[in-house]
Design a protein around this ligand. Structure first.
Ligand SMILES: CC(C)(COP(=O)(O)OP(=O)(O)OC[C@H]1O[C@@H](n2cnc3c(N)ncnc32)[C@H](O)[C@@H]1OP(=O)(O)O)[C@@H](O)C(=O)NCCC(=O)NCCS
Length: 122
């Protein structure tokens, strides 16, 4: 994502920007979007730096995003993921996200997407 887009999201009241960092070094980030007229939040982006993968940071960011969604009164979290992204799919599956819809050719390179959804506890 461009710096400009990040700046916009950092100022947006409908966005939660969550980061994982150590000693001021950014290791991961997650962008959660919450529409005013919807009870469903959306994980728009999630990235963990390659050197920091496999240590639970992705999970920690997803759990924190769900807590932020709950605090905003959301009842579910949705997201889109590449069908061939086995790491991300494994993470979301482990945390209770289930496929809602197949999105054929959803990505620029023609790859299929999956829309996943997790209802949040009331
Ligand atoms: C997907 C991504 C965020 C995972 O982050 P991470 O910090 O490495 O993940 P975690 O260490 O928290 O792993 C949590 C779970 O995810 C799954 N997982 C993580 N990496 C995996 C891999 N390479 N293959 C399969 N499952 C994997 C496992 O279920 C794992 O649980 P386990 O350790 O008990 O097996 C990271 O690989 C990444 O940034 N990828 C590039 C960007 C991306 O694909 N973002 C998601 C877009 S929707």
């Amino acid at each position: 994502m461009s710096r400009r887009a990040w700046r916009r999201f950092l100022r947006s009241p409908r966005a939660e920007v969550l980061v994982a960092e150590t000693g001021g070094r950014l290791l991961g980030d997650l962008l959660l979007l919450c529409r005013v007229d919807s009870r469903k939040a959306r994980i728009y982006s999630l990235v963990v730096a390659p050197v920091a993968r496999g240590q639970g940071l992705g999970e920690a960011l997803v759990v924190a995003a769900e807590q932020a969604a709950l605090a905003r009164g959301c009842q579910a979290v949705s997201l889109e993921v590449r069908a061939d992204n086995l790491a991300a799919r494994g993470l979301y599956e482990k945390h209770g996200y289930r496929p809602l819809k197949v999105l054929p050719g959803y990505y620029d390179d023609g790859a299929d997407g999956l829309r996943l959804l997790k209802p949040l506890p009331a």
